[in-house]
Design a protein around this ligand. Structure first.
Ligand code: DUR
Ligand code: ZN
Length: 131
């Protein structure tokens, strides 16, 4: 998965920040969806890698994230931004795991609930998540 994320990162379109990010979503049935960040001259229209991978998962008919692998350039921990934590939350359960990666492998693994505790989600709007 880390290698897939690295390959996605290599495709990043990020001429403005020059910060490449790749993400791989593993859905409940084990399917794998990867994406990179895609920036835009109108800066706020750029999209995060996680958003692309989640869209691909939904397009394939899957609605539960088992795990997501994120890799960004540099030595630090690149964990999903606040907006992406909420995007992951939409399709998460109590076991959804975020793996923060570097080219050498997984640097840190956290539950989504640790990255976004006391989160707002579908249940607050009386929407039941798909199984
Ligand atoms: O988890 C993250 C953090 C940042 N970015 C992107 C957004 C932007 O294109 C660039 C710099 O913020 O990195 C992601 O795709 N995912
Ligand atoms: Zn984001």
């Amino acid at each position: 998965m880390v290698e897939l994320a690295r390959q996605a990162m290599a495709k990043s379109y990020s001429p403005y920040s020059d910060f490449k990010v790749g993400a791989v979503v593993v859905s409940r049935n084990g399917s794998v969806f990867s994406a990179c960040n895609v920036e835009n001259a109108s800066y706020p229209e750029g999209t995060c890698a996680e958003a692309g991978a989640i869209s691909a998962m939904v397009m394939a008919g899957e609605q539960r994230i088992q795990a997501i692998y994120v890799i960004g350039a540099g030595d630090g921990l690149v964990s999903p931004c606040g907006g992406c934590r909420q995007r992951i939350r939409e399709f998460a359960d109590s076991t959804t795991t975020v793996h923060i990666c570097g080219p050498e492998g997984i640097r840190k693994s956290l539950l989504l609930d640790q990255l976004l505790p006391y989160s707002f989600g579908p249940q607050h709007l009386n929407v039941t998540q798909a199984d």
